[in-house]
Design a protein around this ligand. Structure first.
Ligand SMILES: Cc1ncc(COP(=O)(O)O)c(C=O)c1O
Length: 445
């Protein structure tokens, strides 16, 4: 990093190239070097970089009306995008659902936590306030979102600031917390939620939040069939709202508009971010199902919450333009074949002694590295494998998204791959080749 930088960086020990341009799956830095964006940065970029018509749509909206405060006005682009999102959702969102726009994922999580609390107040259950979540999960970096997150490393420095509302077991077959195997396990991890909600604390629970496919924290861990359905059933039985955090997995990334739709689950609240505006504008959204909306309509009507920039006209115009682009280029239909091709190419790496598992759904994929393939033992954290793989892949001009801690919150190394939906076969081969070289340089020495 340039020592004269005025930016407070993510990490003072790292250096950051200065990105100046984007083209499709590529980012170009100020020296002209081109990087293949194999992770869509952080599973954000879906239509690709540098699509000029998104900028044109934003400029047009900005010159017509840049801002109107939501205490006083609604705007056409926000209305239009809300209706389009509800139409993409499960049936309980389509008629009578509503959308609350935010400036990103963490604000969406904060909004859902407060919605769940106020829903129970309006429903005559003022004792319900806890939002239970799973260990090994991530729901955002603001304090409420951190409270419900179960990502050990990201929580650690802020532990004294965080409430303890309860965490239950993750669903992670490769490192099953109960040492069981599917299907013999009968999704015992889902029953951990049932046990929590049946305990004394259960009566104070307002909602359960989960990532249908666990993104950064577990490296695209997909639940087995039956898990999401069982979770939904448990929430219904205990009178608890179900919040699906689809900030990473939503907006078509897994091959369905929302990942829960693979299992025909109807949550009460769906959170989106990232792909909703493809990186062109900071946008998040909370999709609220009919029965939650009705509780607010029946009550005093006001949601005690708000952000100055929610439902911003220019930002929601970007969301509409991205959806227009996805529709006009039929990009949703590209996810499945592109994912199949990338998986086929990556499967060549599976025989490597330190590639434990390649997993995921659609274009949300993870590669986990293990010290011992038969015991699935991770490398010690200090070996810093995920970051070294990332760096070695960057040496081959490919960007991936590394994380540690998938095994127990501390140990376990994986990288996430979440390329734009437009990835070509040649680019999928480049990703595989860069990873092959990275494995060679990290593990040969
Ligand atoms: C599943 C999930 N939830 C919430 C967030 C937070 O979103 P943001 O970084 O836009 O605040 C993220 C970001 O990585 C995420 O992956």
């Amino acid at each position: 990093m340039a020592s004269n930088s005025a930016l407070f960086p993510r990490n003072f020990r790292k250096s950051y190239p200065v990105a100046v341009r984007g083209e499709g799956c590529w980012i170009i830095d100020q020296s002209g070097r081109r990087y293949l964006d194999a992770s869509g940065q952080a599973a954000v970029v879906n239509i690709g970089h540098g699509v000029a018509e998104i900028g044109r749509a934003m400029a047009e909206q900005s010159s017509r009306l840049a801002f109107a405060h939501t205490t006083q006005f609604h705007s056409p682009p926000a209305e239009k995008l809300a209706a389009r999102l509800l139409a993409l959702g499960p049936p309980n969102f389509c008629a009578g659902g509503r959308v609350y726009f935010t400036s990103g994922g963490s604000e969406a999580t904060e909004t859902a936590i407060k919605l769940a609390r106020q829903f129970h107040l309006e429903s005559g259950q003022p004792n319900r306030y806890r939002v239970v979540s799973r260990r090994q999960s991530y729901h955002g970096s603001t304090l409420g979102a951190m409270t419900v997150s179960g990502n050990v490393a990201r929580r650690a420095p802020y532990q004294p600031l965080l409430a303890e509302w309860g965490h239950v077991a993750p669903c992670f077959c490769y490192h099953c917390p109960f040492d069981k195997k599917f299907p013999a396990c009968a999704v015992a991890c889902a029953d951990d939620l049932d046990s929590f909600l049946s305990s004394n604390e259960g009566a104070s629970v307002a909602a359960f939040i989960f990532e249908p496919v666990v993104g950064a924290t577990l490296g695209a861990a997909v639940p087995p069939d039956g898990y999401a359905q069982r979770i939904a059933e448990i929430c219904r039985q205990h009178g608890v709202l179900l919040i699906a955090d689809e900030i990473m997995s939503g907006m078509g990334r897994t091959g369905q508009p929302f990942a829960v739709q693979h299992w025909y689950v109807e949550p009460d609240i769906i959170l989106v971010g990232k792909g909703i505006a493809g990186g062109y504008a900071p946008l998040g959204a909370v999709l609220i199902a009919r029965r939650v909306v009705e509780a607010f309509e029946r009550g005093p009507g006001a949601f005690q919450h708000g952000f100055t920039y929610q439902a911003h006209p220019v930002v929601t115009a970007a969301g509409n333009a991205v959806l227009d682009y996805i529709e006009s280029h039929n990009l949703s239909a590209r996810v499945q074949p592109a994912a199949e091709f990338l998986r086929k190419e990556l499967s060549a790496l599976e025989s490597h002694p330190h590639v434990g598992e390649i997993r995921g759904l659609g274009l949300l994929l993870g590669v986990e590295f293990v010290r011992n393939k038969s015991t699935r033992e991770p490398f010690p954290r200090e070996n810093n494998i995920a970051e070294r793989i990332r760096q070695a892949a960057v040496d081959h001009n490919v960007f991936t998204y590394p994380t540690q801690g998938c095994v127990d919150g501390i140990n376990g190394d994986h990288i996430l791959l979440a390329p734009p939906f437009i990835i070509t076969q040649a680019e999928a081969r480049l990703i595989t080749e860069a990873l092959r070289s990275a494995l060679h340089s990290v593990f040969a020495g």
